[in-house]
Design a protein around this ligand. Structure first.
Ligand SMILES: Nc1ncnc2c1ncn2[C@@H]1O[C@H](COP(=O)(O)OP(=O)(O)OP(=O)(O)O)[C@@H](O)[C@H]1O
Ligand SMILES: [Mg+2]
Length: 358
């Protein structure tokens, strides 16, 4: 699928933007503070109804105005075109899909899956586990329609259990222990299966960018692999009551990237770490494509900045060969890599919030 038309009103410094992106590679360049990231932010808002820079959409609205509107036409591989739109007036969010009001962000997320790669993504492999759990769950969410429901049940059970632990109400714990066991195990199994399926895609891509052998992705499910979550919860109960939270479960899940059993983040260079993160993110999209799911758009903000010219060119070549739509930003045209190597692309220049196709 591809975003065919994108119309943005009053997002950051973009008062009014209307572009027809290419189905594959879109290169967006312009000076600092011209509005490049804001264009990607608008696409992200359209697909996720959330910003990747602000916790509230209110901050994204142009200072001089009271609302923002973003709409887009999404063409699917079967030629069907869907119209997506969101509007935020500082308080309320309105979502429209094919001229109908919708109430859930997940519907939008299924209609326009967004794979985001931006400066913060570099923490994927060396910051805390939250980003890695989100990484796994994004992939599973896009492939298994029932995952979200199970994940929500698991979160609900965890929230209730933690609330009871805080007030030391032991009697009711049992009910939530069972819920947590049931849905927590489903979530953990999905993650295990997903990482196993993703691994060959990741190894293949990483090999194209880096000379690293014997890579291994290892899941940590959040409690020891051999025991049932229910048994672990019973075993931990005293400790959980003492500290007022649940020590074991899928909320403690993580994964590690290893080479010969050593954690990669402890010895690779910064550039290598970037390429590994990029490989993981691209592997997710490739996995979706190969398994016949909607792959969505890849947004790459400032991401090529620290890569050497040959890595940038390799990345461009790889993205061109991939059957998916990509938006990349950089401050200069020549930062993208060797454009001779890629066939079809569109280039957009951004200046003081005005976007023009070059
Ligand atoms: N709510 C807002 N209303 C109007 N302008 C805003 C708002 N929020 C941010 N801006 C301004 O929008 C401009 C564009 O920001 P943006 O981050 O998109 O630039 P950029 O082209 O990505 O720059 P860089 O190359 O530095 O990453 C900045 O000048 C910023 O201060
Ligand atoms: Mg930027």
């Amino acid at each position: 699928m591809a975003l065919q038309k994108l119309v943005i009103y009053r997002v950051r410094n973009l008062e009014q933007v209307s572009i027809n992106p290419a189905a594959k590679i879109n290169l967006i360049y312009g000076n600092n503070a011209s509005g490049k990231s804001s264009v990607l932010e608008a696409i992200h808002l359209l697909g996720r109804a959330s910003s990747f820079r602000s916790t509230t959409i209110k901050n994204v609205i142009h200072f001089a105005h009271n609302d923002l509107v973003i709409s887009g036409h999404v063409r699917f591989s079967n030629e069907h075109v869907s119209t997506l739109g969101i509007k935020h007036d500082g308080k309320n969010l309105q979502i429209r899909i094919d001229q109908e009001n919708r109430h859930s962000r997940s519907e939008l997320a299924y209609a326009l899956p967004i794979q985001l790669i931006h400066p913060k993504s570099y923490q994927l492999l060396d910051a805390g586990p939250q980003l890695r759990r989100e990484f796994l769950d994004w992939g599973i969410f896009n492939q298994h329609p029932d995952f979200l429901e199970n994940w929500r049940h698991f979160k609900k059970a965890l929230t209730h259990r933690n609330a009871l632990l805080k007030i030391r109400s032991v009697k009711e714990l049992n009910v939530w222990d069972h819920e947590l066991q049931q849905y927590g195990t489903i979530v953990a199994n999905y993650r295990k299966q997903y990482l196993t399926e993703l691994s060959p895609f990741f190894f293949n891509i990483a090999q194209q960018f880096l000379m690293l052998e014997n890579l291994e992705l290892k899941l940590i499910q959040g409690w020891d692999d051999e025991s049932l979550l229910l048994d672990k919860l019973a075993e931990d109960q005293e400790k959980d009551l003492r500290y007022g939270f649940t020590h074991s479960g899928p909320h403690r899940a993580d994964f590690q990237l290893l080479i010969n059993s050593r954690k990669v983040k402890d010895f690779v260079s910064r550039g290598q770490l970037k390429l590994l993160m990029l490989s993981l993110k691209l592997a997710q999209v490739e996995h979706l494509l190969q398994t016949g799911f909607t792959s969505g758009c890849i947004l790459i903000d400032d991401a090529v900045a620290e890569l050497d010219f040959s890595s940038r060119t390799k990345l461009l070549e790889f993205l061109t060969a991939m059957n998916t739509q990509v938006f990349l930003t950089a401050t200069e045209q020549n930062e993208f890599g060797d454009l001779q190597e890629i066939g079809e692309y569109k280039m957009f220049h951004v200046e003081h919030g005005v976007v023009t196709e070059v």
